[in-house]
Design a protein around this ligand. Structure first.
Ligand SMILES: [Mn+2]
Length: 424
């Protein structure tokens, strides 16, 4: 972890300017009938989970260039996640990936407690073969032709639930790479039926207070057809399985220009929105940093989420799911979590009463302008004040760089070229 005196020193140099900016924004929001303290309190309470695999350096299909001081195992990863939370105060939990992070649950719990974190959704992995595995997933897992292979994949998911129960998780996220690369390679209907049957077995092993998230993805690694390819199929799965099953929306898992906020609205309307994997993209499933390409789209997603806050039982899970190929993953995750909070804060500023009035009058221009007034507001002072109030850094990237953390762990952790980058 980072020495608190370094954070305090950096904060002292910025405190007066932040207070002035915060007061000015507060006065401006007050004229719009908005209480800045109430917004800051909501932002402070809003957390997004960090994926354990996100703190390692990612790669592409072509190569992976390791970064300095990469985590060697889950305990190093939890150290890095602890630093992210210490500085940014927006990421109180970590989402584990099994088997990459498989260790004694008691040790996992102890380490998480040491660095001030809890565990979010568990993630299973049947998209690659593990050492010593009896049956290969080369041609699928939960939807495989072979019953023994499907059973092995089901058993792995049940083990993820078991580990999750031991560390305080309450959700399982299932993403499979199953599909086909050639027309005619598989029977599309039979493959989906086998998937559903396997998922029913996993669902049957779900504790009462758990949720099961299925994650759709349009293509890759299968390039002709994918078993769980879009939100429609995902909705069918959640509906077939039962009330503890929900759809998980990864922002990068859609075709370019797809109206994701409308998908979000539909899933909310029918009670099946489970949660998000936040990231950003330009061309495909790029797994770029959240908010780095299209922050307006992120805002539009949050506009739907804020509009649904009063819906009973509405409690979506939020997680970052990114691949950091050219940045320090700690810096990317801190700033990405901040971008999620930015979109949330901006959506909170939307005057929903006025918006409904303009919509009722068919006033398209003023409807759009009312919505955009939230997006146009620079909420950085709110984000910084939320961090400061929770014991974090006003400027977390500056404080991180001042700390020398990466150089320090670089001395302790030898460079590695393997390890899962994780592009799911
Ligand atoms: Mn994902």
């Amino acid at each position: 972890m980072i020495d608190q005196t370094i954070i305090d020193k950096d904060n002292e140099a910025r405190r007066a300017a932040l207070a002035a900016d915060y007061d000015a924004l507060g006065a401006s929001l007050d004229r719009r009938g908005i209480d800045i303290a109430a917004i800051t309190a909501k932002v402070t309470a809003y957390g997004v989970a960090v994926p354990s695999w996100g703190v390692g350096t990612g790669g592409t299909r072509f190569a992976r260039f390791p970064g300095a001081g990469e985590p060697r195992h889950i305990f190093d990863k939890l150290d890095d996640c602890g630093v992210i939370q210490q500085l940014g105060r927006a990421t109180p939990s970590v989402s584990l990936h099994i088997p990459w992070d498989k260790e004694d649950p008691a040790d996992l719990r102890a380490k998480a407690e040491e660095v001030g974190l809890t565990f979010d959704a568990m993630n299973s992995n049947t998209f690659q073969d593990q050492e010593g595995q009896a049956h290969s997933y080369k041609f699928g897992s939960l939807s495989h032709n072979d019953a023994a292979t499907r059973a092995q994949a089901v058993e792995h998911n049940l083990e993820c639930i078991e580990i999750g129960q031991a560390i305080g998780s309450r959700a399982l996220t299932v993403w499979v790479g199953d599909g086909s690369n050639f027309p005619g390679q598989t029977n599309l209907t039979g493959q989906f039926e086998r998937y559903l049957d396997a998922m029913r077995q996993i669902y049957a092993g779900l504790p009462d207070d758990w949720r099961l998230f299925s994650e759709h993805k349009m293509y890759e690694p299968a390039f002709y057809s994918t078993v769980v390819q879009d939100w429609g199929t995902n909705y069918l799965i959640a509906k077939e399985l039962g009330e503890k099953a929900f759809c998980l929306v990864d922002l990068g898992h859609h075709a370019p220009n797809v109206n994701i906020e409308m998908i979000v609205a539909r899933l909310i309307q029918f009670g099946k929105l489970g949660g998000f994997h936040f990231n950003d993209s330009k061309y495909g499933d790029d797994d770029l940093d959240t908010g780095s390409i299209d922050p307006f789209r992120l805002f539009l997603v949050f506009n739907e989420l804020v509009a649904a806050e009063s819906v009973e039982g509405f409690d979506p899970a939020h997680m970052l799911d990114q691949s950091h190929n050219v940045t320090d993953p700690i810096e990317s995750l801190i700033s990405s979590a901040s971008e999620v909070r930015r979109a949330y804060a901006q959506a909170l500023l939307v005057d929903r009463e006025s918006l409904a009035g303009y919509q009722g009058d068919n006033d398209a221009l003023m409807s759009a302008a009312t919505l955009k007034a939230g997006f146009r507001t620079d909420v950085e002072p709110i984000l910084a004040m939320a961090r400061l109030g929770a014991g974090g850094a006003i400027d977390p990237i500056a404080a991180y760089r001042a700390s020398g953390y990466r150089a320090r762990v670089g001395e302790e952790r030898p460079a590695v070229s393997g390890a899962g980058g994780g592009i799911v």
